[in-house]
Structures are given as structure tokens and as C-alpha cells.
Write a protein that binds this ligand. Sequence first.
Ligand code: ATP
Length: 350
Amino acid sequence: MKSKKRVLLGMSGGTDSSVAAMLLQEAGYEVAGVTFRFYDSEGFEESLDDARNLASRLNIPHIIYDARELFRERIIRYFIDEYLSARTPVPCTLCNNELKWPLLAKIADEMGIYWISTGHYVRKVFQDNHYFIAPAADRDKDQTFFLWGLKQDILERMILPMGDWTKDEVRTYAAGRGFERAATKKDSLGVCFCPMDYRSFLQREVPQELLPGKGRFLDESGTFLGWHEGYPFYTIGQRRGLGIYMNRAVFVKEIRKASNEVILAPLASLYKKEMLLKDWNIVDTSRLLNSPNVIVKIRYRKQANYCTVGITAENLLHVQLHELLESIASGQAAAFYDEDGLLLGGGIII
Ligand SMILES: Nc1ncnc2c1ncn2[C@@H]1O[C@H](COP(=O)(O)OP(=O)(O)OP(=O)(O)O)[C@@H](O)[C@H]1O
């Protein structure tokens, strides 16, 4: 089954996977395309048409895979439940690690295809008998942060054509090949099924009786500061949009579900020195555990901190931060890197 020349590509209809299809063909692969229908949206038919048109112009067999039920259960319901549980969800991480890539592998298996591919801006390297995800040439587009949960069985099958390209080069290439529409499509931003503010999404999706209603903002010593709209509408570290006017800067430090209370505090109170992770994945134990040069990131575009990682008796990852880090929210992901940017693993903060 390990045909060297056949690859299944996830085709969203967007610029990156469109150019990925062209580059794979240029590299001599026989490409098949799949477009996942993840959820119902006005834009889906248009994206699907784009993917189909491209497939037809490139002479690529193309299928649609209906993943709506799976996506609703595993991603959208999780997203809502996390906010209702006073946590901060990471839907893109979960989708990539538990849906998009495993589904590609499953469908490829059914088609007798070994290689699987997407338009993700990441690279893959093989070192010391392990495959690692590595940063893309376009550091601004780098998507390594979302892929820490992928295991070797997926990593070994991945082909990542965008890894050596910048987005500008990709657009120029598509235009040069006469694919003007693919060249000029907008980048997708944020959480795909929730294009609006997540609070409006919760208002729309969650029956009113399941929302907690107004609750109390308190300071760290329990003093009442004002009323809030209900704890799911706040996230750890939030400063803007609190709807409360104070003569000092305050941030959300803690969210108490049981009492529907949100604790506000100065930034200095939000710093922590350690965290615990569940549902973790380690790519190479020897490089991660107790190593002195591990870097951790808890936000896509934010700071990187040095840390030391160990495993607790309860089988959680214990992350000792070398410098204080603020706004660590349960539910968020932490991704580990070595100093060359190789992705060493990650987990979900509890
Ligand atoms: N609905 C979908 N069906 C199949 N594959 C998808 C779908 N959505 C995304 N992908 C794959 O996952 C990759 C990353 O998707 P993401 O939405 O993060 O990035 P993107 O930069 O918007 O990519 P693109 O320009 O290809 O839409 C895409 O390049 C594509 O290969």
C-alpha cells in the first residue's frame, strides 16, 4: 500500500491547499482531493465549488466527506461546553489533532493511499528515529502550534508542500500559473465556525436557561466590584470589554463556575510559575522530559518561555516555568519546542 506516488490532499478551496495541489503534481505525485464538510455555512458551497473547479482543472479526482456530525460533537459541542465549564477551549488544535489529520489518514487508507497532505505552513524533519513538525519558512504563517498532538503514525505519512514557501510566493505562484482566484482568496482567520465574537456565538447557540445570567465581579479579597453578564462570557487574562469602570487596570484572574463569580485583579496577580497538563502528547521523551532547554508557548502568536517538564504520579505533565507567565487559562493548550523550533509535544492546561 505504500505507493510512493499517490497522495490524498485536504482541499479547502483556499489558496494554500490549491497551491499545495499544484506543487504535489509538479513533484510527481498522483493527487486525490477531499473536501470536508465540517459545518453548515453560507460560504461552504463557494469553497466547495472552488475546490471542485481546481480539481477539475488539474485533473484531480475529488470527493466530499460529510464530517458535520463528528465536528458538531467533537468540536462545536466541546467549544461550548468548555466555556460553560469556565475553561478556554482550543478548537483548532483539537480539530487538527483529532479530526482533520486522522480523517485524512482514514480516508487515504480506504483509498489505498499512503501519503496525506494539507496546505499547512509547517515542515517535517526526521531525526533520531522520530518525525518532528518544524517551523515553516514563513514564520508569520507558521502553524506548528496547532499540531502538537499528532503521533508518529500520522507524522510519517505527512507531506507538507507549503513548508518552504512564504504566503507572498504562494500567491505569486498561483497567479503565474493562471489561477487568479486561488491567488487572491482571503486568508482564513480565527475559529472557522465562529466568525463572530465567541460571546455572541454562545448567546446564539446556548439555550437561555443554560446560561448562568448576571453574576458578581469581585476583587481578590472578595469585595463586590460590580455585575457581569455571566461567567462564560469572560476569559482568564481579559482586560477589555469587562463593562466595568475602575480607576486602575484590572484583568480576569479567576472564574468561579459554581458561584458565577469572576475575580478581577491587577496584572501582577495573574503570573504563575508552573502548570499541569492533561491529554498530552510527547514526540520524543528524551528531548522533552527534564531537559533544560525546552521552550513552551501557550498562545499562537505570543511569547515563548523556557521551562522544565516532568511527569507526575497522576500521569500529568508538570511544567516548571523558568520565568513567570501571565494569563494561564485551563483548557488552553501548551506546546513544547526545542531551541531549533522542533515541536516536542504539548498538552491541555488544567
Ligand atoms: N474543509 C476542508 N476540507 C479539506 N481540507 C481542509 C479543509 N479545511 C482546511 N483543510 C486543510 O487544512 C489546511 C489548513 O487549514 P487552515 O484553515 O488552517 O488554513 P488556510 O491557510 O486557510 O488554508 P487554505 O488556504 O488551504 O484554505 C488547508 O490548507 C487544507 O489543506
